[in-house]
Each structure stands twice: as C-alpha cells, then as structure tokens.
Design a protein around this ligand. Structure first.
Ligand code: FE2
Ligand code: FE2
Ligand code: FE2
Ligand code: FE2
Length: 397
C-alpha cells in the first residue's frame, strides 16, 4: 500500500454529520451481489462497532470533560457510519443466512490474515482459530438445510468450501487455555497490530450477533446450537484480544483503531465491484483520515510521542477477500487435532481440557453433534460443498 493515511487530508469533522436522507442507503441486491461484497459489509460493521465500544471504554476512563466531548463528537460519526454500513444488508435474509455469511467472513478473513501475518506465533493463533469457524460454517449449513430447506452454496457461492473442520465439540476448552501471549508493542510489525485488531473485532461482532439472535429461533436444535457456538465465539474473542499488547496507552490504541479503519476502507475501496458500495467505502475513508488526525493530536498531547513511531509509513498489502481453499485444506491436513495448553498448543487432550469437556457435555452429545444426527435422519447424508475434491482428512468422507 503506497497510500500513507498520515499524509492525506480528510473531511473536516463538522462536515461529517449526515441527515436521515443520507443515512437511508439502498441495500445491496441479495441475488446479484458478490458474496465478498457482503463479507466486506459484515467486516466493516464489526470494525465500526469496535470503534464505538472502544470509544465508550476510553471515555469512561477519561476525566477531562473537553476530551470526552471531543471523543463524543467522533464517536457519533462512527455510530452513523455503523448504521450506513450495516443497513447495506438487505432485510430479506434470515438470521441463519446472515450467520452463514458471518462464518464465511471468519473463514476467509482469518485465513487471509494468517497467510499474510509475518510473526510466526501470531500466525499460529489465526491458523488455529480459522479451523474452528470453518467447522461452524459446516454445522450452521446443516442446520440451514434442515430448518429452512435451502443450501448454503446459495450464500457462499462456491467461494468458500463447506465441510468439517476441527470438530465443534472439541472447541470447548478451559477458559484459562484461551489466553495467548501478547505481541511486544516495541518490536511488532505494524501490520500485525492491524491484523489482531481486525480479527478481534470480527469475532466480537459474531459473538454479539449469536448472543442476541440465537433465542429468536423456535426450533430447539437451533436455539441450542446458537448457545453452543455463541460460547465458542467468547473463547475466540479471548484468544484474539489477548494477542494485543496491553502496554499500549489508550491514545496509542485510539490511533491504531483509526489507522486500521483507514487501512480497511482503503483496501475495500480498491477491490469493491459494486459502485454504490464502493462510493461508501471512499466516503468513509475520507472521514477516517480526519478521525486519525484527531487521534494523532490526542496522542501527541497526552503521551508526548509522535504517532509515526508506532505506525507503518506504508503497508505491503491491501486486505483482500478471496478464496483460501488450498490453504485451508493444508491446515486441515496438519492442524485439525490441535488444542491449547496455557499459551501454547498441543496435540493430546490434557487433564484440564478433559475436565471441561466432562462438565459441559455430561457424557451426552452437544447440539453441534445432534444437529448432524438429525440432519442425517432427515436426508440420509450430511450437507457439504467440496468444490476441490474429497475432504483431505475426514475419516467419514
Ligand atoms: Fe469509523
Ligand atoms: Fe464461528
Ligand atoms: Fe469465531
Ligand atoms: Fe474512525
């Protein structure tokens, strides 16, 4: 990325407020839209939601009224951006259809980040996590065929394969084992900071989505599956947020958030095929450039440091939504049976893992297994979409 957000001028903050007319965006056409346009919308909704919540936490830790007022002004704009972005989704999709799109985001976003991540410990964290969301996609796709009688390929559109990953029942670890070691803020590659923030924000919104929409289903198996996977998303948020160095000051974190918003809007503007959506990415980029300038001023004032010390002068790659099929198949072959112990990874089930499994499952099949049994009873098979040939390791293929 030759684009340097620190050198660009954005839209002045007092010209960023939008009226109801401007907020009333046309949703994308659910039948004609590129599935990756929907993935970009979902990603940016997660990013804007994180911007809002981070801004609130910062304000709650800030005792200067003038600074709080400054934060409130920017945060209101973030809230308007979130409305515009998420309202691009068409109202016709069911919760389960949106869920399948969320897991597609988790798979292709995390896989891309894993491929590009320069730090091996951080890379391992993404490789570990992606195989779990890959399995969530498979379980939800089976639930979808069962209760809505439709196939997930109409949503993922052959871009992402749907087949077993690390089995969902195995994702329930002792919470202690979900905490990773953070990167070192003094030596970390600036790209790694952006990766960690992005994947954390995406997982957080998935967690929020399941905890709120899960009980809107009447079918017992659907309600139970959302509880189970909702709890795993809590584990994923713990896993990814612990990668960020807690030694970063509040102002440094604010700068990172705004910089990341610039990076992602720039990335998505570059690859967007829908002209109306592209115009929104461009507008929001121009807003974020000003948010970044404001955040940099706050950092200089409160930390007495230059933002250039922590930010990259230029970034090597724009974040891209694209198929990651071969990479995922390679991970399935090599990392399917991994679990965590402390801040590291092991292949064998250890005592703390077994104890958690016993207490949660009580010797019975969890919802993620029962959904497969019920599906098999109805259709005599499971649902999968293997576009590149048979599953590389699944024993029941
Ligand atoms: Fe924003
Ligand atoms: Fe997931
Ligand atoms: Fe997840
Ligand atoms: Fe922002």
């Amino acid at each position: 990325m030759t684009f340097n957000p620190l050198e660009q001028r954005g839209i002045p903050l007092d010209r960023q407020l939008r009226s109801w007319r401007e907020l009333n965006v046309d949703p994308i056409n659910p039948d004609a839209a590129d599935p990756y346009t929907r993935c970009r919308i979902i990603t940016m909704n997660g990013i804007e939601t994180e911007a809002i919540f981070f801004g609130h936490h910062l304000a709650r830790n800030c005792d200067d009224v003038q600074v709080k007022q400054q934060l409130a002004r920017t945060r209101y704009i973030e809230a308007q951006q979130q409305k515009v972005v998420n309202w691009l989704l068409p109202g016709v999709s069911s919760v389960l259809e949106t869920t399948i799109a969320y897991e597609q985001v988790a798979v292709d976003l995390t896989a891309w980040v894993a491929r590009m991540e320069p730090d091996p410990y951080l890379k391992q964290a993404y490789e570990f996590g992606v195989l779990e969301d890959f399995d969530h996609l498979y379980r939800y796709a089976n639930l979808y065929e069962m209760i809505e009688h439709r196939k997930a390929e109409s949503i993922v559109d052959g871009l992402t394969e749907v087949m077993p990953g690390r089995p969902t029942p195995m994702h329930h670890r002792n919470p202690v084992d979900n905490v990773r070691e953070p990167y070192d803020r003094t030596t970390v590659n600036p790209l790694s900071r952006l990766h960690a923030l992005t994947v954390m924000a995406a997982e957080q919104q998935t967690m929020n989505f399941y905890m709120n929409t899960g009980p809107t289903y009447m079918e017992p198996i659907a309600r139970q599956l959302y509880q189970e996977i909702g709890l795993i998303e809590e584990e994923h948020v713990t896993h990814y947020e612990s990668l960020v160095d807690p030694g970063e000051t509040w102002w440094e974190q604010l700068v990172n958030h705004e910089y990341n918003e610039c990076y992602l809007y720039y990335s998505f503007m570059e690859q967007e095929s829908d002209p109306k959506v592209k115009a929104i990415w461009e507008l929001h980029l121009n807003m974020e450039l000003e948010h970044l300038r404001v955040a940099c001023d706050l950092m200089r004032r409160h930390d007495g440091r230059e933002p250039e010390e922590i930010l990259a002068p230029a970034l090597p790659n724009v974040l891209t939504f694209e198929p990651n099929k071969a990479y995922l198949r390679e991970l399935l072959e090599t990392q399917m049976d991994l679990t965590t112990l402390g801040t590291g990874y092991v292949r064998e089930a250890h005592e703390r893992f077994e104890e958690m499994q016993e207490r949660l499952h009580e010797g019975e099949a969890p919802p993620s297994e029962r959904v497969m049994v019920q599906h098999e009873e109805m259709f005599g098979r499971d649902y999968r979409e293997e576009t590149e040939g048979p599953h590389p390791v699944d024993p029941q293929r």
